[in-house]
Design a protein around this ligand. Structure first.
Ligand SMILES: CC(C)(COP(=O)(O)OP(=O)(O)OC[C@H]1O[C@@H](n2cnc3c(N)ncnc32)[C@H](O)[C@@H]1OP(=O)(O)O)[C@@H](O)C(=O)NCCC(=O)NCCS
Length: 235
């Protein structure tokens, strides 16, 4: 069983109201078993063609920072965990032949995916930084504070791991509540709107004097456990 690294609170009432109330939901480190579902969630939550965005060029050929890639799942359905998937039955109640001996499916004990966040290592000139994103919350679960919980957990883990600065491409009105502000002088290829290039220091003054184009960090350790065969390029 993988470790639970944090807790989000269902029904906490959004990012601004704090995570103290509601039903706790575990935040866990993403594993390779999650990867296809995470990619499907991103496909669901973002416009088609998301991988053509310039931010994705920073991820080409580079694994995410595995320890900072997090998922948030609902509790599994008890009917799916008690004894494997319910046996298929004919209408008279006898077991259908194809169901005989059907064992537990890998991943059956996992609840439905509510949200996911990933981080990548990038560079601005020689300076290392983390790129936050993608982050997505399932459309049925948005506005419950889950996105805020994933972001806060990811930032806390990044700081604890010694990272000093985080950037992202996103909506300032949302990310400002987590301490992000516009990064003057840090550039992404067009057509990225410079107002959407945001950063947050995890150590005092960490963004001071940091400017220039953002590039991939090809020297970053390949430590992401993420692999999604559905997204693998054809051989
Ligand atoms: C953006 C997203 C991750 C936020 O997660 P969430 O769990 O829905 O958000 P939270 O519950 O933590 O916060 C809700 C608050 O954020 C606000 N908010 C959500 N998205 C926002 C946005 N794009 N711009 C400004 N405010 C936003 C809500 O209005 C709400 O405000 P309130 O607290 O004042 O009521 C989620 O809505 C999502 O997956 N969207 C689709 C994918 C996406 O856009 N990802 C981010 C790419 S930069």
């Amino acid at each position: 069983m993988r470790p639970v690294v944090g807790v989000a609170y269902q029904g906490a009432g959004g990012a601004s109201s704090g995570p103290e109330r509601g039903t706790p939901l575990p935040i866990e480190t993403e594993t390779a078993d999650d990867a296809c579902e995470v990619e499907a969630l991103f496909d669901l939550c973002f416009a088609p063609g998301r991988e053509a965005l310039s931010s994705y060029r920073l991820r080409d050929g580079v694994l995410p920072v595995g320890a900072l890639c997090l998922v948030l799942r609902d509790e599994p359905d008890p009917a799916m965990t008690a004894g494997g998937w319910p046996a298929a039955r004919w209408t008279d109640g006898t077991a259908a032949p194809e169901a005989t001996g059907r064992g537990a499916r890998p991943g059956q004990a996992r609840g439905p995916l509510g949200g996911a966040i990933r981080f990548w290592a990038v560079r601005i000139g020689p300076a290392p930084a983390l790129l936050l994103g993608p982050i997505a919350i399932h459309p049925t679960r948005q506005g419950e504070g889950l996105g805020a919980a994933l972001i806060r957990e990811g930032l806390a883990r990044a700081a604890a791991a010694g990272h000093s600065r985080v950037m992202l491409i996103g909506d300032a009105p949302y990310y400002a509540r987590f301490g992000f502000s516009r990064l003057a002088g840090v550039t992404m290829p067009p057509p990225t709107n410079p107002d959407r290039v945001l950063g947050r220091a995890l150590a005092p003054g960490a963004w001071a004097g940091i400017a220039g184009p953002v590039t991939r960090d090809l020297a970053a350790p390949a430590n992401g456990p993420i692999s999604c065969p559905c997204k693998a390029p054809p051989p």
